[in-house]
Design a protein around this ligand. Structure first.
Ligand code: HEM
Length: 548
């Protein structure tokens, strides 16, 4: 047959294949874990088509040209079909929101490439209101009822695809299976129970004393709060999770694991809304740039948990005790590979949740106390006469806890994320039904600053938490630790390690911004990278015996 003869119908076939691939395949189910298969499948299809064309076209250039036309027809049809369907026929097409957001989630990823999703979400809320379509199959709810609808007791939601980020590892915190979550949560709850906490408290106090001493060694030199609070929160994580003393605060040394964690989260942050891109990178480019840091972070956590498993405990209670108990209890029901991957995923979750969250709030707290020294004075008046070993006494101090709550409100460590998928009955909000199987999200950073929920929403007013409750218009709009059956199990430990650090440091020091420090830096350079990463804060801590 002469070249080209009988091939005039091929572009039409390619267009039909594109439409069929969309409606018959990609419109259904989840594809985020199959990136490499999709690429391989298309390459195979391209190869087979090229082989077919060589039977008609002798010249390779002609074959290449024809293949390019067919690929353009196929992909053009596939993406046109997706666009038309998403804009006009999708179940969410009647909801308003940015049009390009409805077409592709890449639009969102593009806008948050600078890791400032929290500000982008705020803009969307201001422009589009409280219930907004922010993706092809995604709704964002800027509404105080949303927290309870997403996570409250009795909800039907499941976690969204983002939680597959540590695959093939798993953990109770990341599993998307409701039963597995319920079962696994029990072991976390034991590791963070009041009984375990009584064991951790004196050890945390010891680390805060180290922190105070470490700050003292800086003298009049500015303290980089990010650095010092990273040491402190990493030491706490080591002590509570592995019963291990990393000794960073005393030795003033940054553990490489901190750098790997920060760089890994910087990668995961902007890709949070298109997790398939990150997963593709993890699988195809494991040794490149920040993907390498991601794998290093995973291996650090995994290796530490394995060495804790081998060496046994130090006679101390630690969270690993309970994770290892779960590992051993499941020996008869699960394969070794499954159990190993679960233990590894649990270690990753615990390291990130246990170290990075408290660090962010502590940095923000010192910014607020330096900016508004009257609040530092009020807290000092409270803590000067309190026994810091008494956790209940610290929990009862109104201004100290007001400062912590107000910092958690204005700088929530988990600023966005916590995405869910609506259950079989959908989700009813303000008499509006969001259909089943839709991704729903509620960015806490925006909720915590909505004018309809808070009086003077952007102002730091710790009194709103005790003597001026009229400044809180709707308490449901405060959820730094999430809610319901998925609320943060580390809440008590986190609050205690914040209270005791602020109490002891304010007993020992007065704090002020470092000379020449630009106060806007923390806000200007703040990033939303799974957890909040405040911009640099530099302060000077003056011993109080010298300033009194
Ligand atoms: C100020 C510090 C902290 C804040 C603001 C915070 C906030 C949160 C939030 C918002 C969630 C829900 C996340 C989601 O649904 O994806 C969460 C879950 C969780 N957090 Fe925290 N967290 C903090 C510290 C900690 C610490 C120190 C630990 C202990 C290691 C911890 C352990 C957990 C666990 C186990 C969960 C999962 C609960 C579940 O899924 O059932 N958190 N946290």
């Amino acid at each position: 047959m002469a070249p080209g003869q009988g091939q005039q119908h091929l572009p039409i076939l390619a267009i039909a294949a594109g439409v069929v691939a969309h409606h018959g395949l990609f419109r259904h189910g989840e594809w985020h874990l199959h990136g490499p298969h999709i690429i391989a499948g298309h390459l195979a299809l391209g190869g087979a088509t090229a082989y077919f064309l060589t039977r008609f076209d002798d010249a390779p250039a002609d074959v290449f040209g024809r293949l390019a036309v067919l690929a353009a027809a196929y992909f053009g049809a596939l993406f046109s079909s997706m666009t038309i369907y998403r804009l006009f026929f999708h179940r969410l097409s009647s909801f308003h929101g940015p049009k390009l957001a409805a077409v592709t989630k890449l639009w969102h990823v593009w806008h948050v490439a600078d890791s400032r999703n929290f500000l982008f979400q705020e803009k969307i809320h201001k422009k589009y209101g409280t219930i907004v379509r922010t993706g092809p199959n995604e709704m964002t709810l800027f509404h105080p009822a949303a927290i309870d609808l997403l996570d409250g007791f009795g909800n039907e939601t499941t976690r969204d695809v983002w939680y597959d980020i540590v695959r093939p590892r798993s953990s109770a915190v990341f599993t998307r299976d409701r039963l597995e979550h319920k079962e696994g949560r029990k072991f976390w709850a034991q590791g963070l129970s009041s009984k375990a906490m009584n064991d951790y408290y004196p050890r945390i106090t010891g680390l805060v004393r180290d922190l105070s001493h470490c700050i003292g060694t800086f003298g009049a030199t500015p303290v980089d709060l990010d650095q010092v609070m990273s040491w402190y929160s990493w030491d706490i994580m080591g002590e509570v999770l592995f019963g291990e003393d990393f000794n960073l605060t005393r030795s003033r040394v940054t553990h490489p694991g901190i750098k790997h964690r920060d760089r890994a989260l910087a990668l995961a942050g902007p890709l949070g809304d298109a997790i398939w891109i990150a997963l593709l990178g993890f699988q195809l480019l494991p040794s490149v740039g920040r993907v390498k840091d991601w794998h290093r972070m995973l291996h650090f956590c995994e290796d530490h948990m394995l060495s804790r498993l081998k060496r046994g405990g130090n006679g101390k209670i630690d969270m690993a005790t309970y994770f290892i108990e779960e590992y051993e209890n499941t020996a008869k029901t699960k394969t070794k590979t499954t159990r190993d991957l679960h233990l590894s995923g649990t270690a990753v979750t615990a390291v990130v949740a246990g170290s990075d969250t408290t660090r962010a709030v502590l940095i923000a707290i010192w910014w607020f106390l330096s900016k508004f020294p009257e609040h530092a004075k009020k807290v000092q008046a409270e803590v000067d006469n309190v026994n810091t070993n008494d956790a209940n006494a610290l929990a009862a101090l109104p201004h100290l806890n007001g400062v912590i709550n107000e910092s958690l409100r204005l700088v929530p460590p988990v600023m966005t994320g916590g995405n869910r998928i609506t259950g079989p009955n959908g989700m009813l909000i303000d008499d509006i039904l969001i259909p089943p199987g839709v991704k729903v999200t509620c960015p806490k950073y925006v909720l915590h600053r909505m004018e309809s929920m808070w009086v003077q929403p952007n102002d730091f007013i710790p009194e709103r938490w005790y003597s001026r409750p009229e400044l809180i218009l709707d308490k449901r709009a405060f959820a730094p630790f999430s809610a319901g059956a998925r609320y943060c199990l580390g809440k008590n430990m986190a609050l205690h390690s914040l209270r005791i650090a602020v109490a002891i440091l304010l007993q020992d020091y007065d704090v002020d911004f470092a000379p020449g420090y630009d106060e806007e830096t923390m806000w200007r350079d703040m990033r939303d990278q799974v957890t909040c990463q405040p911009g640099a804060v530099h302060c000077v801590f003056r011993p109080r015996k010298l300033t009194k």
